[in-house]
Design a protein around this ligand. Structure first.
Ligand SMILES: Cc1cc2nc3c(=O)[nH]c(=O)nc-3n(C[C@H](O)[C@H](O)[C@H](O)COP(=O)(O)O)c2cc1C
Length: 203
């Protein structure tokens, strides 16, 4: 029997929304039979910025036991699902900072041919969710990745409404069942496609 696929869920979250979506994505990939690593990227904001927002400091404390993403997680993975808050229509700086350390892996061609997908949260409904996910897509192109979006391939996508990737409107409150299910579905689909590729390569 073939080895399960390895799925890394790598995310940044300041106040917990994207963390909740990342946990749901990890569940979805696990349910698809994948080995999963849930990893947060290192915080890069100065301590005074964090302590000025109690919910940010609290979330950092709450997730102290989540392992930090390392290059080995990308190397290990057959598929990577990235999560980030939308910041001015783009991925958050700490996730970009992690991505900016991937040069050596990229140079060796070790980021190519993996499956990639992304999810996000923004405060408002038209606050840049698609542009954030598409911006991450630019990196996936450079890596030679295989981008697997959710599209409208499951009934939950007609409720969540974002074919680019699971997305939650934080201004509406914590992630709803629909947002969480969209994240689960997206990661399940990513794991399924990665498994098909792995089986095809082994054949
Ligand atoms: C610097 C900054 C820029 C932001 N830019 C946007 C934006 O362009 N559109 C939007 O709707 N929300 C924006 N937000 C709100 C975040 O997207 C929101 O706080 C985030 O989804 C919460 O995710 P988290 O709880 O995982 O940190 C911004 C927040 C910050 C701190």
């Amino acid at each position: 029997m073939m080895e399960p696929v390895n799925v890394a869920v790598i995310y940044y979250s300041a106040t917990g929304t994207v963390h909740a979506l990342a946990q749901a994505a990890a569940e979805g990939a696990e349910k698809a039979g994948a080995h999963v690593r849930l990893r947060k990227v290192a915080e890069t904001a100065p301590p005074e910025a964090i302590s000025a927002r109690p919910e940010w400091a609290q979330h950092l404390r709450d997730t102290a036991d989540v392992a930090e993403a390392a290059l080995d997680d990308l190397d290990w993975a057959d598929a990577v699902v990235f999560g980030t808050p939308t910041r001015f229509g783009n991925p958050a700086g700490p996730l970009r900072a992690f991505i900016d350390t991937t040069g050596p892996l990229w140079f060796q061609g070790r980021l190519a041919d993996k499956v990639y997908s992304a999810f996000t949260a923004s405060n408002t409904a038209h606050g840049g969710q698609e542009s954030t996910i598409l911006a991450l897509g630019n990196t996936f192109y450079h890596w030679g990745g295989i981008i697997v979006p959710p599209g409208y391939t499951d009934p939950v996508q007609f409720q969540s409404g974002n074919p680019y990737g699971a997305s939650h409107v934080t201004g509406d409150g914590p992630p709803s069942d629909v947002s969480l299910e969209a994240a689960r579905y997206q990661a399940r689909r990513v794991a399924d496609v990665a498994a098909l590729l792995k089986a095809g390569r082994a054949a």
